[in-house]
Design a protein around this ligand. Structure first.
Ligand code: TRP
Length: 336
C-alpha cells in the first residue's frame, strides 16, 4: 500500500523563514515521491492566537502560495486549507471526549504558551490545539507525519488517541501514525545573534531571512551578518558561531559538505564567503519567490487549486468520520 504522508503549517506569517523552508518544506516536496502526500494550511489552529481577520485571510493564501512555489505539486498531492474541510472540526469534538484533562494539560507547548499570557489570556482552543492536530492526522489514515522536534509530544498524543480509539471502538478504526522527526538538516541561527535560533521573535529583523524577502534585502543581511574578530574561515560552533552559521546555510543550499566549502575558502576573507553565500541563497530563492508572487497575484487560480484540494481531502476525511461516528454509536441520519 502506498504510504500516506500528512503535514501542516499554520498561516501565521507573511513569509516562511529560511529554517522552515530548508527543514520542513523541502522535506515535504521530497516526500511526495512515491507516496500519497496530504498537506494543509491549518487556519483553524491559527485562530488560537486571535489573528486580525484580514491578516489571517492574506496569510492563508500566502502560505499556500509558498507551498506551491517550493514544489508541492497539486496534481500528485493534496493541498488544502483546513477550514475548507469541516470534518477536522467535527472529529476534534469526538477526540476531545477521548482526551484526559491531565493528558492535555501536560502538553509542554500549552504550558509554555499559556504561562506567557496568563490564565486570563489563555483560551480553550489553545488547550485543545493538540486534539485538533490529532484530528488532522487521523482523518487521513496517515502513516507518516514529518514534523520538527517541537511537535514530538503532540504526535505522541495523536498516537495515544489512535490506540485508544482502536481499543475502545475496534481495531481498524484509525491508522496509528508514525512520527518522521525531521532531523535538523540545517539548524539555522540568527544572523545578528548566532547563538539564538533564527526566529520571528528575533530582536532585530536583520537577523532573519524570509524566503519572500527582496533579493537586495537578503544580500544585505547576509553581508552584515555578525562574524568574529578572527579572520579564518572554519567551522567551530562554540567559538565561531557566526561563521559556522554561514557555512551551514551554504551547505544546506548547495548540498555540499561543510568541510569541502571550508577547503574552497581557504585563505579567503569573510567578505568572500558572505558575497558568495548571498549569491547562492538569492539564486536559489529567487525562483521560489517569483513563483509564489505569481500565485499571490492570481488569487482566483490559487483558490481553485485549494478548492480542488479540499474536495479530494473531504472524500477521505468523510469516510473516516463516518466510520468513527458509526462506531461511537451516533444515530446515522436517514438518507432521503
Ligand atoms: N502544530 C504544528 C506546528 O505548529 C502544525 C500542525 C497542525 C501539524 N496540524 C498538524 C503538523 C498535523 C503535522 C500534522 O508545527
Amino acid at each position: 500500500m502506498t504510504q500516506r504522508v500528512f503535514s501542516a503549517m499554520q498561516p501565521t506569517s507573511d513569509s516562511l523563514q529560511l529554517g522552515n523552508y530548508l527543514g520542513a518544506l523541502l522535506q515535504w516536496v521530497a516526500l511526495q515521491e512515491g507516496r500519497d502526500a496530504v498537506y494543509s494550511v491549518v487556519d483553524l489552529h491559527a485562530l488560537t492566537v486571535a489573528p486580525d481577520p484580514a491578516v489571517l485571510t492574506r496569510r492563508t493564501r500566502v502560505t499556500a502560495a509558498q507551498f506551491l512555489a517550493a514544489g508541492v505539486d497539486p496534481e500528485r498531492s493534496t493541498l488544502f486549507v483546513q477550514s475548507h474541510v469541516p470534518q477536522h472540526a467535527e472529529l476534534t469534538w469526538i477526540l476531545s471526549t477521548f482526551t484526559g484533562m491531565g493528558e492535555a494539560g501536560r502538553m509542554t507547548q500549552f504550558k509554555d504558551k499559556s504561562s506567557k499570557v496568563g490564565e486570563s489570556g489563555t483560551n480553550v482552543g489553545l488547550f485543545i490545539y493538540p486534539v485538533l492536530m490529532a484530528a488532522d492526522i487521523l482523518l487521513y489514515d496517515t502513516n507518516v507525519v514529518p514534523v520538527g522536534e517541537d511537535q514530538r509530544q503532540h504526535l505522541e498524543l495523536s498516537r495515544d488517541l489512535a490506540h485508544r480509539l482502536n481499543t475502545r471502538l475496534g481495531e481498524g478504526t484509525v491508522t496509528v501514525p508514525e512520527p518522521h522527526i525531521v532531523k535538523e538538516v540545517a539548524k539555522i541561527y540568527d544572523l545578528q545573534d548566532p547563538t539564538a535560533k533564527m526566529s520571528k521573535s528575533s530582536s532585530s529583523p536583520n537577523g532573519i531571512i524570509d524566503i519572500l524577502d527582496d533579493p537586495k534585502v537578503i544580500t544585505k543581511r547576509i553581508k552584515s551578518a555578525v562574524t568574529d574578530a578572527d579572520t579564518v574561515i572554519r567551522f567551530d560552533r562554540e567559538n565561531k558561531p557566526g561563521v559556522s552559521n554561514l557555512l551551514t546555510i551554504y551547505s544546506a543550499f548547495t548540498g555540499r559538505p561543510v568541510d569541502h566549502i571550508v577547503a574552497d575558502f581557504e585563505g579567503k576573507m569573510y567578505g568572500h564567503l558572505k558575497a558568495d553565500l548571498a549569491d547562492v541563497v538569492v539564486g536559489a530563492l529567487a525562483p521560489v519567490r517569483d513563483a509564489a508572487m505569481e500565485w499571490i497575484e492570481s488569487p482566483d487560480r490559487l483558490d481553485s487549486v485549494l478548492a480542488d484540494g479540499a474536495a479530494k481531502a473531504s472524500v477521505i476525511a468523510q469516510a473516516t468520520l463516518e466510520r468513527i461516528y458509526d462506531r461511537v454509536g451516533l444515530l446515522p441520519p436517514k438518507r432521503r
